[in-house]
Design a protein around this ligand. Structure first.
Ligand code: PEP
Ligand code: MG
Length: 580
């Protein structure tokens, strides 16, 4: 029987294949009472399993090779959990006090921790409960005598590239094996858009649908599946007509992707010879090779806060300097835009929150990004010095997030001057004329953009936040996700006003929110005057294709007309015509 499941499409593309159910160690462990004389033995058994799980993660870390940079960080998080007394010590107490077997003690403690994580308001922190479960599963497998092995069953002679992994949940460490196995796709019952698994799927460009709730229970091993990662749809046992339709779409997508590779070295300019720069957004130094492989002409946004999430301490100057230097050297003379920490809101240094005591009920409107950096001058000086020192190795631009007030820019420039003076006193070499830019991601900044243009060397429009703040919707809340609309006339007006005002005074503007990487919006943005786009590396060639086929002189009058429209349906129609 054919049926369809709907989940969260977290990584685009189409996969067609057979289901391979991934068997995880069950968390339904035996509940046993042990004799007092066996207690120490049971604790020793527990300790051995923890050690074995840790060493398994070490081995995985060592074999990450050219896996996405995020993966190593995720394995570190799991190792950290294994070392945390809440998991490494508490179950020992439970074994001793309640005289239960190690598996049962561990599951009790896991349930306690999961309940704690569920109380976090912050979705990123809430989702860390899945990490706790994954780590506990790993230890239980050791206790049961069958250490974690990713999917080996169920392939029944089917080629791996035709297999689709169906799991209740996948840990990042499980996903690493996908590199070796080349599975077509994966789908899971749990996991949100910001889960580690979703982030990995996107950076590995594998179609994936998460949050299907009960796919593991409804799908049987070997059943035919179609995964539509764009729409978040899973079709089980499709009929021949649907299968043929998707086969055709899949072939078209593959053909287009292989054709696009030829564009890598082509000069990025429109038909009417207007030059356009396509830059990459990165989170870690390890993202530089994929950015270069996609033909990125620079780094338009280095989200530095990702370097240091989920660690227990603040990174010192040298550690930061090494990370920035690695990116600049890796980009070999191409410009690198380093954004100062955008910490606070959904991104804090530690699970319990380094700045957690100050996080109020509305963190996205709270002391975040530059507000936090200015309130923590030591932290800010450390970062500014590290960035300046790295500027010795190549062209660096400094980008400031979340600016709304002129005095924030003035204070930032004064802090930069202070960092420069301290380096001068040490006779350190750095770029004295480092360019300083501001993110336009608060409506106030877009409306009063002249304040910014007078003080800064360049601007970068952060549409992810600009949309969030303009439309008053929390970008991480799936309940209002449908209201997140880049084509809302108010959003378009703010972008158009920023671009036009900057053009008048000759200040360059880039756009580094998700809109920049959406090929459906490329012609619109070009027609609005955008010339610098910064996006996830996997989108660069798709956008480049649109740029090469665009003629700005022809686009401009159409876009002008579109910007005068207010009715969403009319805007959508006009965009369709523009892209036709
Ligand atoms: C944005 O807000 O558009 C942006 C690029 O920054 P981030 O997504 O890191 O908030
Ligand atoms: Mg932002």
């Amino acid at each position: 029987m054919s049926f369809t499941l709907h989940g969260l499409g977290v990584s685009g593309g189409i996969a067609i294949g057979r289901a391979m159910l991934m068997s995880h160690a069950t968390l339904e462990v035996a509940h046993l009472t042990i004799a007092p004389r066996m207690v120490e033995k049971e604790i020793a058994r527990f300790d051995t399993a923890i050690l074995a799980a840790k060493s398994e993660l070490e081995t995985m870390k060592g074999s990450t090779g050219n896996a996405p940079a995020e993966l190593g960080a995720f394995i570190d998080i799991h190792r950290m959990f294994l070392e945390d007394p809440e998991l490494a010590e508490k179950p020992r107490e439970i074994i001793r006090e309640r005289r239960c077997n190690a598996e049962w003690a561990l599951v009790q403690q896991m349930e306690h921790l999961v309940a704690q994580f569920e109380q976090f308001d912050d979705p990123y922190l809430r989702e860390r409960k899945f990490d706790v479960v994954q780590v506990v599963e790993r230890v239980i497998k050791e206790l049961l005598g069958h250490p974690a092995r990713t999917v080996t069953k169920g392939n029944k002679g089917i080629k791996e590239e035709n297999l689709i992994v169906v799991a209740h949940d996948l840990s990042p460490a499980d996903v690493i094996n996908f590199k070796e196995h080349r599975f077509a796709s994966f789908i899971t019952d749990v996991g949100g858009a910001t889960s580690h698994t979703a982030i990995l799927a996107r950076s590995m460009a594998i179609p994936a649908v998460l949050g299907l709730e009960n796919a593991r229970g409804l799908i049987r091993d070997g059943e035919a599946l179609i995964i539509d990662g764009n729409r978040g749809v899973v079709i089980v046992n499709p009929d021949l007509r649907v299968l043929e339709e998707y086969q055709l779409r899949k072939e078209q997508i593959e053909l287009e992707a292989s054709k696009l590779k030829r564009l890598k070295t082509a000069k990025t300019e429109t038909i009417d010879e207007i030059e356009v720069a396509l830059h990459a957004n990165i989170e870690l130094p390890g993202d530089v090779p994929p950015a270069l492989a996609a033909g990125a002409e620079g780094i338009g946004l280095f989200r530095t806060e990702f370097l240091f999430l989920n660690r227990g301490d603040m990174p010192d100057e040298n550690e930061q300097f090494e990370a920035y230097k690695k990116v600049v050297k890796g980009m070999a003379g191409r410009p690198v835009t380093i954004r100062t920490f955008d910490l606070g809101a959904d991104k804090d240094l530690r699970p319990e929150g380094t700045f957690g005591d100050r996080v109020k009920t509305n963190p996205a409107l709270g002391r975040r990004a530059i507000r936090l950096s200015l309130a923590e001058p030591r932290m800010f000086q450390t970062q500014l010095r590290a960035i300046l020192r790295a500027s010795k190795y190549g062209p660096i631009k400094l980008l400031i997030p979340m600016l709304a007030h002129a005095h924030e820019i003035d204070q930032t420039l004064a802090a930069l001057e202070q960092a420069k003076a301290s380096l001068r006193a040490e006779k350190a070499v750095f770029d004295e004329h480092i360019q300083v830019g501001g993110m336009i991601e608060i409506p106030a900044a877009a409306l009063a953009v002249n304040l910014f243009l007078r003080r800064l060397n360049f601007l970068s429009i952060g549409t992810n936040d600009l949309i969030q703040y303009t439309l008053a919707i929390d970008r991480s809340d799936e309940q209002v996700a449908s209201l997140y609309d880049p084509l809302h006339p108010a959003v378009l007006m703010l972008i158009a006003h920023t671009l036009a005002s900057a053009e008048k005074v000759g200040i360059p503007v880039s756009l580094c929110g998700e809109m920049a990487g959406d090929p459906k919006l490329t012609r619109l943005l070009l027609g609005m005057g955008l010339r610098i786009f910064s996006m996830h590396p996997s989108q660069i060639l798709k956008v480049k294709d649109r740029v090469l086929k665009a003629d700005c002189s022809e686009l401009v009058p159409h876009v002008r007309r579109l910007l005068r429209l207010e009715e969403p349906v009319k805007i959508a129609e006009a965009l369709e015509k523009l892209n036709a």
